[in-house]
Structures are given as C-alpha cells and as structure tokens.
Write a protein that binds this ligand. Structure first.
Ligand code: PLP
Length: 365
C-alpha cells in the first residue's frame, strides 16, 4: 500500500476530462498574458473573501513582496512575523531591504500576540501574521496592536483560503491579504500562482500596475514595475478549481475531525481548536514524541508524511546575518522537532485514514 501525503496525480486523473476542453478553449482564445479568465478569477475571489479588490499574481511570494512594498516597507524598516513559516514569508521582507523581526508562536504554531508589542520599534512598518496550516491567528489581539501603534497588518494567507476568524474571511481582516495558489494549496493552479486581496483601491490599482511592468497602459510607465502577473491559463484552472473548493474544505475538515478524535492523547498532541475560527486544514500537523522513528515506521507501512518545517527560518544559513541563535525562539524550536504533517487531502480514502490512525496507535503501543 502507498498512501501519498499529497495526491496531485489523482487530482489530474479526476479532472482531466473536464479540464482538457477548458484548457483547449483558453489556449484557442490566444489570451495568454492578461485575459478574461483573470478578470473572472479576481471577481470570484473578491466575492469569496468578501473584499472589494483582488489582484491576480504569479505567486504568493510576489503577493507578499508587492503588498509589503505598497505598505511602504523600504530598506532599513522592520516587519514582525513568526519564525516557523515557509521561507517566503521572511524572504519577501528581506528582498525589500527590510528586516524580519521574529516573534515566537503559541502551542498552536501561530504567532503569539502577547509577544508582539515588546519588539515594536519606530522602524516597524508592518506586522505579518501567518495563518499556518489554514488555522487563523488570534486576529482580535493583533488588530488591537495594529490600531494602538498605527502599524498595518499584512496577512500571510498563503495556506488559508476559505478560513475564517469570527466569520470574517482570511485575507479580509488586515490591510492586505496574500495568498498562494501553488499546486500544493487547497485552491491550486498547475504551476506558480498567487493573489492579493484588499479593500484599498490605491493598493489594488498600484499592485495591478506594478505587477505588469508598471505600465499604466501600453505606452505609459508611471513607476518601474515587475512581471508578477498570473497567466490567463492558470486563472482558468483556478476558476475551475474554485467550483470544488467547498467540497475540498469539507473533506479536509472531516478528515481532520477523525484524526483529532482518534489520535489526541499523551503521545500525540493536537492543539485545541479555537471556537472563533473556521480552519481549512491546508495541512494537518500533529506534535509527537519520537518523531523521526515514527516517520520511518509509517514509511515502512507505505504512509508518506512531511514536516512543515524542520528548520525554523531564524536558524537557516541564509538568516545567520540577522543575529538570531539557537534558543532565540524556544517554542518554535521545540515544535520543529515534534511537528509531523499527516495526509489530510481530499483524495485520502477513509479506510486509508483509519489505517494511518491504526499504525500511529500501534507505534505508541
Ligand atoms: C505561509 C506561506 N507563505 C508564503 C508562501 C509563498 O507562496 P508561493 O509558493 O506561491 O510563492 C507559501 C507557499 O508555500 C506559504 O506556505
């Protein structure tokens, strides 16, 4: 038996019949760069996230970079973010010449709002909470700090399309929401893609222009820009996948619920769900003892797992110059040795889910 952690092959097998004619239609239109699928996608995401504007981009990383730039982040500035995210959260700050200022997380792997105020300086230009695993950060406390110090929030919503905090959609709480539509995300393109959400027309229109070489129209360049556009073809694929998103989230939540009720215990720690949030389980992460042995055991049973992420950002070789050390963020560092991502995807058969549970229980005797 082989149980993959993600199953993009099955996705294509199931969608091929409907997608091939759609791809043919889009390519036949010869709208490759820019086009009607993009406009449709932007409208649909704005409706889904309940925001005024969406800008389709070519990655979540570019959404973060453009978003931070539009919040005024410049060389020498500081942006507060957790150290346990995917590397792109910090890289987007660094590429603007700014400095990521890390804040440790809580037992649920999300930024600890109680530790934010102590690192605010007069150079802090933005706070970037990361809704890791599709679980929403404690946004009430974070927004309070944002208002108190007049520092804007840019949500790293890369993993949390469809997630909610007190019924408000991910990406609609801060000034800007930044999403990834990488193939591994719940709403996925078949290549790199991303998008930015906002209620601010100036941010939306400037992001659109900057993502397209800074061209206001074919011949006028107001600001030197980038090439960060989403392809029309990827937008078409995303429009199709949007019709499946509710189902994807429903199945992932059901799978997660089974894991939670079967596995929670002294050997497997699963953070308590926050009843203010609606989680979408981009990943299902448990914290376990003897993780590396468990991974090997599960591998021997045909079960693929993953770790998000084994080395915190502040301990990456690239981050050495920032001056953080082992011990700088004890919770993140301790979790990095215990976290394990189990398959939770929508293609996982229920009998496989129970087989994974049985194997984990067997491992811990
Ligand atoms: C939390 C987080 N932030 C940012 C990104 C960057 O998104 P992308 O890969 O689309 O550039 C990702 C993608 O994996 C992510 O998980």
């Amino acid at each position: 038996m082989k149980i993959p952690y993600v199953d993009l092959k099955t996705q294509w097998k199931q969608e091929k019949k409907e997608l091939l004619p759609l791809i043919d239609r889009i390519l036949s239109s010869a709208e490759h760069v820019g086009g009607s699928e993009i406009r449709k996608f932007e409208k649909k995401i704005s409706k889904l996230c309940n925001v005024k504007y969406t800008v389709a981009l070519n990655s979540g990383t570019d959404a973060l970079t453009l978003g931070l730039h539009l919040l005024g982040v410049r060389p020498g500035d500081e942006v507060i973010t957790p150290p346990n995210s995917f590397i792109a959260s910090a890289a987007s700050i660094i590429h603007l010449g700014a400095k990521p200022v890390f804040v440790d997380v809580k037992e649920d792997q999300l930024i600890d709002p109680q530790k934010i105020e102590q690192v605010i300086t007069n150079r802090t230009k933005a706070i970037m909470p990361v809704h890791l695993t599709g679980k929403m950060c404690e946004m009430d406390s974070i927004m309070k700090i944002s208002k108190k110090y007049n520092i804007p929030i840019i949500e790293d919503s890369a993993q949390s399309i469809g997630s909610k905090y007190k019924k408000i959609m991910s990406g609609a709480i801060g000034k800007i929401g930044c999403f990834s539509a990488h193939p591994l995300k719940n709403l996925n393109a078949f290549g790199d893609s991303g998008y930015l959400t906002t209620n601010d027309i100036k941010i939306a229109s400037t992001a659109k222009i900057l993502s397209n070489h800074g061209m206001a129209d074919r011949n006028i360049v107001k600001k030197f820009g980038y090439v960060s556009r989403m392809d029309n073809l990827q937008a078409g694929i995303l429009n199709y996948h949007l019709t499946k998103l509710n189902h994807i989230i429903k199945v992932r939540r059901k799978n997660a619920k089974i894991y939670i009720s079967e596995l929670s215990g002294k050997d497997v720690f699963i953070p308590k769900a926050d009843n203010r949030t609606f989680d979408t389980f981009h990943t299902f992460v448990v914290q376990v003892q003897n993780r590396n042995k468990l991974i090997k055991f599960l591998e021997s049973k045909g079960i693929q797992t993953s770790i998000h992420y084994p080395r915190p950002i502040h301990l990456q070789p690239a981050a050495k110059y920032l001056g953080y050390r082992k011990g700088s963020f004890p919770v993140t560092e301790s979790q990095s040795k215990k976290i394990l991502t189990l398959p939770v995807n929508q293609y996982l058969k229920e009998k496989h889910l129970y087989y994974i549970i049985k194997c984990i229980k067997k491992f811990y005797g």
